[in-house]
Write a protein of this length. Structure first.
Length: 130
C-alpha cells in the first residue's frame, strides 16, 4: 500500500500544479512606485503605445493586484500624484499661454476630467506632504 501511495504522489508533476495556479504578486504601494506607474502610463499614452481604454484597463488590473489592506495608502499616493500632475499640466498650459514668443496653439485640457481629479483630491483630504 505504501508503494501505491508513493507512485500516486510521484506521478503528479509538482511544476504543473504550480503553473496552473499563479503566484500572488506583491505590488509596491510606495509613493515612488505609484508615481513611476502613473508616469509610465502617461508616457505610453503620449507616445501612442496605448489608448485611453488601454490605460484604463491597465489601471484596473494594477489596482486588482494591490492587496486590499494596502489600498488606502495606494489611493492616498495615487491621488497625490494625480493632483500634482494636474497642477503641472496647468502650469505648463499657463506658461504657454502667457509666453509672447510661443505661437503654439493646443487644445485645452478636458476640463471635466481636471475638475473631477481636483474634486477627488480635495474630497480625499490628501495633503501635499508625503
Amino acid at each position: 500500500m505504501g508503494l501505491t501511495v508513493w507512485l500516486a504522489n510521484c506521478s503528479k508533476d509538482p511544476r504543473a500544479e504550480s503553473l496552473s495556479r499563479p503566484m500572488p504578486q506583491e505590488i509596491s504601494v510606495s509613493y515612488l512606485a505609484i508615481k513611476s506607474k502613473v508616469y509610465r502610463l502617461i508616457d505610453a499614452l503620449v507616445d501612442g503605445e496605448k489608448t485611453e481604454a488601454d490605460v484604463q484597463e491597465s489601471v484596473r488590473r494594477w489596482w486588482d493586484l494591490i492587496h486590499p489592506a494596502d489600498r488606502p495608502v495606494a489611493k492616498k499616493y495615487l491621488l497625490i500624484v494625480l493632483g500634482r500632475s494636474v497642477s503641472a499640466l496647468d502650469a505648463i498650459g499657463d506658461g504657454l499661454t502667457s509666453s509672447r514668443a510661443c505661437e503654439v496653439t493646443y487644445g485645452p485640457l478636458p476640463s471635466d476630467r481636471v475638475r473631477m481629479i481636483e474634486r477627488i483630491v480635495k474630497d480625499a483630504g490628501v495633503g501635499s506632504a508625503v
